[in-house]
Design a binder for this molecule. Structure first.
Ligand code: PLP
Length: 212
């Protein structure tokens, strides 16, 4: 099956899941993770109708974002301080912020580049040792810090669920959705208005994310 029919099938499955969950399909955004394909793969996906792409390494993000500047590029990988310049230059949305030092540096770089960087806070909801992210109990402090930065705009939260158990994944995503609402209440209204994105679900568990 070609990329066009596969992408169409994904959108159909998402629309069906939204209907089952009582949600509007336009409120769920599919991000195509393109880390395993080259420029021609991205080109094919664009032609099939994909517009949001995720990359987990700056070295593969940069050339693709340069080649396809009109696509929406998402940085979903681990942030390394020395690569923040490249990440901010190329990303519409950074999904994986969880360190205060990185927030300060993103703010500095964004100011220099004349942009406001949209970011999500990565939260370790499941508490697994292997997962990165801020602990849920410490997210409020990071929100407070980010709220003082002019060139960082907090758009919401991201988490990755433990693999292999859909029920556990669902609880994890529901926990993230609850945390978003709690944190929203602590923010001033101007900032809270933009704090509404949940980045969650991969190929194996995206349905749980739609229902959470
Ligand atoms: C690779 C990757 C994904 C996509 O995983 P799939 O199971 O292929 O959907 C999602 N998030 C991150 C951070 C990744 O590195």
């Amino acid at each position: 099956m070609g990329i066009e029919s596969r992408y169409a099938r994904v959108l159909e499955e998402v629309a069906r899941a939204c209907e089952d969950a009582g949600r509007r399909p336009q409120d769920v955004r599919v991000v195509a993770v393109s880390k395993t394909v080259g420029l021609s793969g991205v080109q094919a996906a664009l032609e099939a109708g994909a517009h949001d792409f995720g990359e987990n390494r700056p070295d593969s993000l940069l050339p693709k974002a340069q080649a396809f500047p009109h696509a929406a590029w998402h940085f979903i990988g681990n942030i390394q301080s020395r690569r923040i310049g490249d990440i901010v230059a190329s990303s519409q949305l950074v999904h994986s912020l969880y360190q205060e030092g990185h927030a300060l540096k993103i703010n500095e770089v964004a100011m220099r580049l004349g942009k406001v960087q949209d970011v999500l806070l990565e939260v370790n909801v499941s508490g697994e040792q292997s997962k990165s992210g801020v602990a849920p109990s410490e997210a409020g402090e990071l929100v407070r810090i980010c709220s003082s930065l002019r060139y960082v705009r907090l758009r919401g939260l991201m988490t990755m669920a433990p693999q292999g158990d859909q029920r556990v994944a669902r609880e994890c995503f529901e926990g993230l959705a609850r945390l978003l609402n709690e944190l929203k209440c602590s923010m001033d209204p101007a900032r809270a208005a933009f704090f509404n994105e949940l980045s969650m679900g991969m190929s194996e568990d995206w349905r749980e994310a739609v229902f959470a």
